[in-house]
Write a new protein. Structure first.
Length: 139
């Protein structure tokens, strides 16, 4: 497959990774060795049909096993809340000046005023066409 390339250490490492990836693994749901890799990080149990995300080459990574162990060691403390001790929630005061939002009537749709006709010029105002004041005359 590789010939004389890449060195023995890299080829041995490749063989261990690929052989571990292609063997059957234990399903986390039904506990039967029938999990196969579908694509990178996606694993599928052929027995129960359970599909789950895992590592790229193994369904369970070392970091995932460690985090699972740590998470199982922390069990949440169950505390009872007596109805007499429960306080009502107080409104939170916001900082700064904030105006209360008031519902406003929908405004009428504004329409543009009709444009002045092209030949018509207004006195003292500039027109878009010429760019000069209307009282000025071209020289």
């Amino acid at each position: 497959m590789f010939g004389a390339r890449y060195g023995t250490i890299a080829r041995k490492r490749y063989v261990t990774i690929v052989s571990g990836m292609r063997r059957r693994h234990e399903c986390p749901r039904c506990r039967i060795r029938s999990v196969r890799r579908l694509s990178v990080g996606i694993w599928h149990c052929r027995k129960c049909g359970y599909k789950f995300a895992g590592g790229a080459y193994l369904p369970f990574t070392k970091l995932g096993e460690t985090s699972r162990r740590v998470a199982s060691s922390f069990k949440p403390a169950v505390t009872e809340i007596k109805p007499e001790t429960v306080e009502e929630e107080k409104p939170i005061k916001k900082r700064g000046k904030e105006k209360a939002k008031v519902a406003r009537k929908p405004q009428e749709k504004r329409t543009r005023k009709p444009k002045a006709e092209t030949g018509e010029k207004t006195e003292g105002k500039r027109t878009k066409k010429s760019g000069r004041a209307a009282s000025e005359k071209p020289t």
